[in-house]
Design a protein around this ligand. Structure first.
Ligand SMILES: [Zn+2]
Length: 179
């Protein structure tokens, strides 16, 4: 059942591979930017982690304090959006595509925390940021590239961990070791 769910998301790579790279990318960029979190995990059985009736939660970085992150979104919108974009961009770097809605859901999270109530378009986001989204994408990709050996090691460990979960300290240790 679990494998069926994940495999249905990407028959070529397996959805679980996408989820592991997605969450590992958020975690590596979080460490890079100094965003603290409790742990990073992938849900092996997403149907038991429902967001609502139609959407399931594939995993996530559990932030230490959502209030701290909200403050960061207001005070440093660029780096907080880099953190949010990292998941889908990491998938695209690894697999040349990201899972359906993988990008939009993370941008929506940032938009909600940033208090943007206008219709969602890239224009309204760019106006709030003051820089083109392409520039932000490029700088986020540059972080992922600079941290690629950490990212590969982290994705592998996360995928092999018994409960598909790593603590902040475990992630920090990998990034310290691999650069
Ligand atoms: Zn794929």
């Amino acid at each position: 059942m679990t494998d069926l769910f994940w495999d249905s998301l990407c028959k070529e790579h397996g959805g679980l591979s996408h989820a592991v790279v997605h969450e590992a990318s958020h975690a590596v960029v979080a460490i890079h930017l100094g965003v603290s979190f409790v742990d990073v995990s992938v849900n092996s059985d997403p149907w038991n982690h429902r967001f609502d009736e139609t959407r399931v939660i594939g995993g996530g970085v559990r932030l230490t304090s959502i209030e701290d992150f909200e403050r960061r979104v207001r005070e440093d919108p660029l780096s907080s959006l880099q953190f949010c974009l990292a998941g889908a961009l990491g998938e695209r770097a690894a697999f040349a595509h990201s899972l359906d809605r993988s990008y939009e859901l993370d941008v929506n999270l940032w938009r909600t925390l940033a208090g943007l109530r206008e219709e969602q378009t890239m224009e309204t986001i760019e106006r709030a940021l003051g820089v083109p989204i392409a520039e932000l994408t490029a700088s986020t990709n540059a972080i992922l590239k600079a941290r690629s050996s950490s990212l590969v090691a982290l994705a592998q460990l996360l995928g092999e961990s018994a409960d598909l979960s790593l603590t902040f300290n475990e992630v920090a240790e990998i990034v310290t070791h691999h650069g």
